[in-house]
Design a binder for this molecule. Structure first.
Ligand SMILES: Nc1ncnc2c1ncn2[C@@H]1O[C@H](COP(=O)(O)OP(=O)(O)OP(=O)(O)O)[C@@H](O)[C@H]1O
Ligand SMILES: [Zn+2]
Length: 744
């Protein structure tokens, strides 16, 4: 080719490249926009790539987005900065970008914060730490000096495996110096140890036989998977009906079809019992995703999911934000559980977002529960969701016989918390060698400590909350901010010595009473503050399952999902506890679910269980439905209440929470925000009013509640509203919580 033409082509080429060479990058920070960066020659900055970029004074990780977002000021192309480098990590799949955008739009969270959730595995973006080992060099000539130790090492290495030097030395019973010597002599060669791979679940490993009812449900779920399209099925079955076994078949089908699968569980239900069951069915343990993983594990799993090496994840709500490239099914087990709602940073409801993810990915979603949320129940009722029903227990054993103990007539002995009828039943149960579960959803010893001589109540100095006594730890602690105080010997106000008394029961106090009444019984106390972590919790659950305890006392961590074959009796110490929250539209639903789930732990396999609920309001619709075992009675009552009040799912709610250190400022801003609400015939704004917990961590709190009919676009309204609010003083924080579950 002649020279001038050659260079001309070169110039044209460069221009074309230069014009196309800037990309939008999303930063994982609280911003809703992308920033443009130049792509250096030769760098592959495809959409979804993770890149290092100069961001303010720092260099940070961002994601190359596939289209610019937000309304940032246009920047002179000549002033654009360049990407620093591409990170060696799999790209964020396109569907994850669409999902992030959807979640951000719905929750009103900045897109960058949703992206940050998707990147919550720092190690995935760090250079891979290769571990090196040694293996034998075939056909190398042995050095003249072959000591005994050297011979032993070579004998072990003869199998050709790659081992860490220290492992090889340990096996041979010599020092690593010997291994080094052989490497220097060319007998062993240093190579990277391959990363541990993920065990593949096998769809046909441990196939189960099913009852007729179960078979129908299995068929229904399989057909949803076979349809290879978006659908939601509510798998609605009484406790112990075999929902887990049934949805495992849908998981098997989706795996066979080549999809990745995700099972979401409330974090506390991620027990080894569940993992063992999975392993029995699929011949391999699933990959777990929860808050207790090490950073290195998080990184490894994140990459494994993005590359498609991980086929099934069992995890807490955050597992929804992993970078699946071929997701084909999501199961949300215990779908009614409030643990799926996240209440910090990005306020999202994991169950609802799972449905969104299924819709985007065009695959089925299964919601499983013995006590479906009213939302899912209504969706099944009106045919928006498919409905698969398991009406009876797998074992054929009847549902437990539940009675209310009316504490108005069957009075408690002062200072005691267990009624005589419950105690008598416990005695009987013990004599039969069966287990009792006492349920009280309150940690600690006593929820209130007061001074007998001056009436002073011990409160948290930074929250509107009483300090809860934790007798084992000899502390008073605040359950809202974690503030702790050693148990004082005299009243901090009037200094009267020995005048402080504990009021009301917590699980520790129930344990004290049990120890007194049943000194020989083996007692387990399960409360999140007494159990250091998931492994210890799993060990306790295993012990209960193996009948190493006679009486189990626990908060809600024992209420759900467990299968304790020896459990015959459940006593609910305070059935009214959850009903008190007047402002919370879900308090009746939540109480019903909890009581139904916890009494449903009794008598699951060989004998009929028994339940007692201690209550001062036996006529409340929740209590009558629990005692009659009539779930539909409760659902009908609750659906009517929601309809009448235009509450979810018949209406939409959003909470706006204003907080600041200064009391007057908080109120002033809350009122100002309310004043600026755009007028609307459909949408009503309630409040502002001081939050029930008026101060948390020294911050004053005011709330507004926004209510709209179902078909109104609440997000657009809220966004328009946000545009009307003047710039805030720095200390004021405004939180928007779409579909709030917390009203405190
Ligand atoms: N088809 C089956 N074959 C063998 N065992 C089964 C079968 N179905 C259920 N089971 C057993 O019955 C028990 C209850 O099943 P499972 O835990 O799946 O019920 P569940 O409906 O998920 O209960 P919960 O709502 O209380 O969590 C378990 O021990 C399970 O192994
Ligand atoms: Zn506090």
């Amino acid at each position: 080719m002649n020279a001038p033409l050659d260079s001309l082509l070169q110039i044209l080429d460069n221009n074309a490249v230069e014009a196309a060479r800037s990309v939008p990058v999303l930063m994982p920070v609280a911003l809703d926009q992308t920033y443009d960066y130049l792509v250096p020659e030769g760098m592959d900055a495809a959409p979804g790539a993770f890149v290092l970029v100069p961001f303010g004074p720092q260099t940070r990780i961002g994601i190359v987005w596939d289209a610019p977002r937000g309304e940032g000021k246009p920047v002179d192309p000549k002033k654009l900065k360049a990407l620093t480098s591409r990170i060696d990590a799999p790209c964020l799949p396109e569907i994850s970008m669409r999902f992030a955008e959807w979640v951000a739009r719905y929750t009103l969270a900045p897109l960058g914060m949703v992206a940050r959730m998707m990147m919550s595995a720092d190690a995935a973006f760090e250079p891979p730490k290769h571990r090196f080992g040694v293996c034998i060099v075939e056909g190398a000539t042995p050095p003249p000096k072959m000591t005994q130790a050297r011979t032993r090492v070579m004998e072990i290495a003869a199998d050709g495996l790659v081992r860490a030097k220290s492992d090889l030395a340990n096996l041979a019973g010599c020092s690593t110096g010997v291994v080094d010597g052989l490497a220097a002599a060319g007998m062993l060669v240093e190579v990277a140890i391959p990363e541990r791979s993920f065990p593949r679940p096998l769809p046909q490993h441990g196939e189960t036989g099913f009852t007729a009812d179960q078979t129908r449900a299995v068929e229904s779920l399989r057909s949803a998977v076979d349809a290879n399209n978006f659908s939601v099925t509510l798998l609605d079955g009484v406790t112990g009906s075999g929902k887990t076994e049934v949805y495992f078949e849908a998981v098997a089908r989706a795996l066979e079809a080549g999809g990745q699968t995700l099972i979401l569980l409330p974090e506390i239900a991620l027990t080894s019992q569940f993992l063992d069951r999975f392993a029995r069915r699929f011949g391999a343990r699933p990959v777990e995703w929860h808050s207790a993983l090490s950073p290195a594990e998080r990184g490894r799993i994140w990459k494994g999911v993005a590359r498609g090496d991980v086929r099934c994840v069992v995890g807490a709500r955050s597992a929804l934000f992993l970078p699946y490239c071929e997701l084909g099914l999501i199961v949300v087990d215990e779908e009614h559980d409030q643990g799926f709602k996240q209440d910090d940073r990005v306020h999202y409801q994991g169950r609802d977002m799972a449905v969104v993810r299924g819709n985007l990915g065009k695959f089925p979603v299964i919601l499983a529960s013995a006590t479906p949320s009213i939302e899912s129940h209504v969706n099944a009722l009106i045919g928006r969701y498919r409905h698969a029903v398991l009406p009876g227990r797998f074992s054929g054993v009847e549902m437990p016989d539940v009675s209310a103990i009316d504490l108005r007539s069957e009075k408690l002995v002062p200072g005691k918390w267990l009624a005589e009828r419950l105690v008598a039943s416990m005695t009987e149960t013990l004599e039969k060698g069966q287990q009792t579960l006492l349920f009280l959803n309150r940690r600690g010893y006593a929820p209130l400590t007061l001074c007998r001589s001056c009436g002073h109540r011990l409160e948290c100095p930074q929250c509107t909350a009483w300090l809860v006594e934790h007798r084992f730890k000899k502390k008073l602690s605040c359950h809202h901010c974690g503030f702790q105080l050693s148990l004082p010997e005299k009243c901090p106000k009037c200094a009267a010595p020995g005048s402080l008394v504990a009021c009301g029961p917590g699980v520790e106090r129930v344990q004290e009473e049990v120890a007194e009444r049943f000194p020989d019984a083996r007692v387990a106390l399960l409360s999140s503050d007494l159990i250091p972590g998931l492994p210890e919790m799993r060990e306790m659950i295993r012990g209960i399952e193996a009948r190493e305890f006679d009486i189990i006392i626990g908060t809600q961590i024992v209420a759900k999902g467990h299968n304790f074959p020896g459990l015959a009796l459940v006593g609910v110490v305070d059935g009214d506890l959850g009903l008190a929250h007047g402002a919370d539209p879900r308090s009746a639903e939540r109480t019903f679910q909890l009581l139904h789930q916890v009494t449903g732990r009794a008598g699951r396999t060989t004998f009929v269980g028994r339940g007692f609920v201690q209550t001062y309001s036996p006529d409340h619709p929740v209590m009558t439905a629990i005692v009659a075992g009539d779930r539909n009675a409760f659902l009908n009552y609750e659906v009517k209440t929601r309809q009448a009040g235009l509450l979810p799912p018949y209406g939409r709610l959003a909470a706006i929470i204003v907080s600041a250190r200064d009391k007057a400022l908080t109120e002033q801003v809350a009122r100002e925000i309310a004043r600026r609400a755009p007028p609307s015939e459909m949408i009503s704004v309630l409040g502002p009013s001081e939050a029930p917990i008026a101060v948390v961590r020294g911050r004053h709190r005011w709330r507004l509640l926004v209510k709209a009919p179902r078909d109104v676009d609440l997000q657009t309204y809220l966004r328009a509203w946000a545009g009307m609010i003047p710039k805030l003083k720095t200390d004021v924080r405004i939180t928007v919580d779409i579909d709030p579950y917390n009203f405190l």
